[in-house]
Design a protein around this ligand. Structure first.
Ligand code: MN
Length: 230
């Protein structure tokens, strides 16, 4: 039977150097995965199991390689925050994946921004309500091209706003490694090809305003340049 209207095609994220697109299915995000960021958000970064939230697949906005992505300023917030994150792209699905097997399920890696309406997220958190309006809004997940090769274990991850460094850490500061994250996540959800995992942000998150230019970088994955639309 025909669809009653045209079905929406998945968002396609360019694969670096490939001339191909990675079709996005779901977006999973890890909360508080760097101790210093957990502290700045008022949490105790003890090794509690990782927790997850989701963004819609069509919240992903891919950057064309080498270009500056124009990102809308979302409605109903006065405190839009940047969170630079390593994104893991899943190429092979599975459930209850062992950490030792996790690497075989990864297609590639990218730089992503978990854009956050911080005022609404904290309001929802403090009221014990879901985070969606703070985290899962339209265009909340800009992402750079997907690279097949893994970044180095201690690769630098950083973000500058208007040339001023705001976030800087290294991937070995993650509380839960990529392998551990995949192991935990696949115990709750069956992972499928096309899933993206945003692996959490280091300390230094802060507000951006229309006109700001964000430059995110992870060693080995190039950079991602975003301008907040006026
Ligand atoms: Mn985040």
């Amino acid at each position: 039977m025909d669809y009653v209207f045209e079905a929406q095609a998945p968002v396609g994220v360019p694969v670096a150097g490939g001339g191909t697109l990675f079709p996005v299915r779901r977006v999973y995000c890890v909360g508080r995965n760097y101790a210093a960021h957990a502290r700045e958000m008022g949490s105790d970064p003890q090794r509690e199991p990782p927790f997850f939230f989701c963004k819609p697949g069509d919240a992903v906005v891919p950057a064309a390689p080498g270009s500056t992505l124009e990102l809308p300023y979302p409605s109903r917030t006065a405190n839009l925050h940047h969170e630079v994150e390593l994104v893991v792209a899943i190429g092979r699905g599975g459930r209850d994946i062992a950490a030792a097997e996790a690497a075989a399920h990864v297609y590639g890696y990218a730089i992503g921004l978990d854009m956050t309406r911080r005022d609404l997220q904290l309001e929802m958190r403090n009221a014990g309500r879901p985070w969606e309006i703070g985290k899962a809004f339209d265009a909340s997940a800009p992402i750079g091209p997907i690279h097949r090769g893994a970044p180095a274990a201690r690769a630098a991850i950083e973000l500058a706003v208007n040339g001023q460094l705001r976030q800087r850490s290294s991937l070995d500061q993650m509380i839960w490694s990529i392998d551990d994250t995949i192991a935990h996540l696949s115990g709750y959800f069956e992972l499928r090809p096309g899933d993206l995992i945003f692996t959490g942000t280091p300390e230094g998150v802060g507000a951006v305003v229309p006109g700001d230019v964000l430059e995110a970088r992870i060693e080995g994955l190039g950079d991602l340049r975003v301008r907040i639309a006026a």
